[in-house]
Ligand binder design. Structure first.
Ligand code: NDP
Length: 320
């Protein structure tokens, strides 16, 4: 077998594995949670950011189908209300509130509203995201916007939500929608500076300053034009780095929250939804938004949750 045949063979096998896992998950999803597994109720409050469309909308939809109260949020009021209406008309317990994850005033207004009306949050899904490139394009023209929405937005919401997370024997949960593109040790797409990679990999040396410093250095290089030789991820550079920052921040927050007492635990994890047919990919992905939402639902509802600071895909832990 020559090299190109080997490549095709490898791709075929990867495709078969993907398809097998897809079928397994579809089977598992058809088994309802039993009464003793259902730690949640109609009073359990899940907040989803960027839920007016795509994966966020499906996460809101599926959590509501499981019987939770879902707060569907979006930055545009009219489209958010319209999306919430679709779910409400299906008899689901879904309410809408405006929320722009990069606007502190909007976050503060949202947090006061949720505290007053629901007493807090049980589950936060950081889904809002942006990518300026489709496929193999690699423009960094909107790098600042990409980093701000994906990383700073996730950080803003996580910080704002932690004091609002309700005490609960099953543990409150924060799930961030990330991407395999942000993996530290991806074979084809990674930071080439070994020392920086090791620092970002070591959970004990992780700090907000280190993560902020890394993304800021990239943004400075974007401004002075030197980013192409800066050793940054090669594929969807700004987006990959923003998700790498989300992943690192997930581990950092999980470490910081690890010592909370029983009954006040907050589990913080992130996951990759796969390559999903949404506006972000020009509807070119491999899986539906419903499938892309699945691991978020699984992490949100997992009974006997003890996992924090981990990265998942297709309901399995993967390497950061
Ligand atoms: P969409 O582009 O369909 O949805 C993105 C959502 O984020 C929209 O609702 C958008 O709102 C919202 N959003 C953007 N900026 C803000 C903001 N400042 N405040 C609040 N909401 C905002 O993409 P997907 O559904 O595909 O993406 C959802 C998440 O999944 C993202 O985090 C993405 O990075 C991640 N992901 C997606 C993959 C895919 O293959 N599709 C793969 C890996 C990760 P508006 O409509 O107003 O723009």
């Amino acid at each position: 077998m020559d090299n190109s045949e080997k490549q095709i063979d490898k791709k075929e096998r990867a495709k078969e594995r993907r398809e097998k896992r897809r079928q397994e998950i579809s089977l598992i999803r058809s088994i309802p949670y039993s009464d003793h597994q259902r730690w949640w109720s109609a009073e359990t409050v899940a907040v989803v950011t960027g839920a007016n469309r795509g994966i966020g909308f499906e996460i809101a939809h599926q959590l509501a189908l499981h019987g939770l109260t879902v707060v569907l949020t979006s930055r545009e009021i009219a489209v958010g209300e319209e999306s919430a209406k679709v779910l409400q008309e299906g008899g689901l317990k879904v309410v809408f509130h405006q929320l722009d994850v990069i606007d502190q005033e909007s976050i503060d207004t949202f947090c006061s509203w949720i505290k007053e009306n629901y007493g807090g949050i049980d589950i936060l899904i950081n889904n809002a995201g942006f990518n300026n490139n489709i496929g193999s394009e690699n423009s960094v023209e909107l790098a600042e916007k990409v980093i701000t929405i994906n990383y700073i937005g996730t950080k803003n919401m996580t910080k704002a939500a932690i004091p609002l997370m309700k005490p609960n024997t099953a543990g409150a949960r924060i799930v961030s929608v990330s991407s395999r593109l942000g993996r530290l040790n991806g074979r084809k797409n990674r930071i080439s500076d070994d020392a920086l990679r090791q620092q970002l990999e070591d959970v004990d040396s992780l700090s907000e300053e280190l993560i902020d410093g890394t993304v800021n250095k990239f943004l400075e290089q974007v401004k002075d034009g030197s980013w192409t030789t800066g050793g940054w991820p090669q594929n969807n550079t700004d987006y990959s780095l923003s998700k790498l920052a989300v992943n690192a921040y997930t581990r950092l927050v999980a470490r910081e929250l690890a010592d909370r007492p029983e009954g006040e635990k907050i589990y913080v994890n992130c996951y990759c939804p796969g390559w999903v047919k949404t506006a972000m990919t020009g509807w070119a992905g491999q899986v539906t938004p419903e499938e892309g939402a699945d691991t978020a639902i699984w992490l949100s509802l997992l009974p006997d949750m003890r996992i924090s600071g981990k990265f998942f895909a297709e309901r399995r832990e993967i390497h950061f």
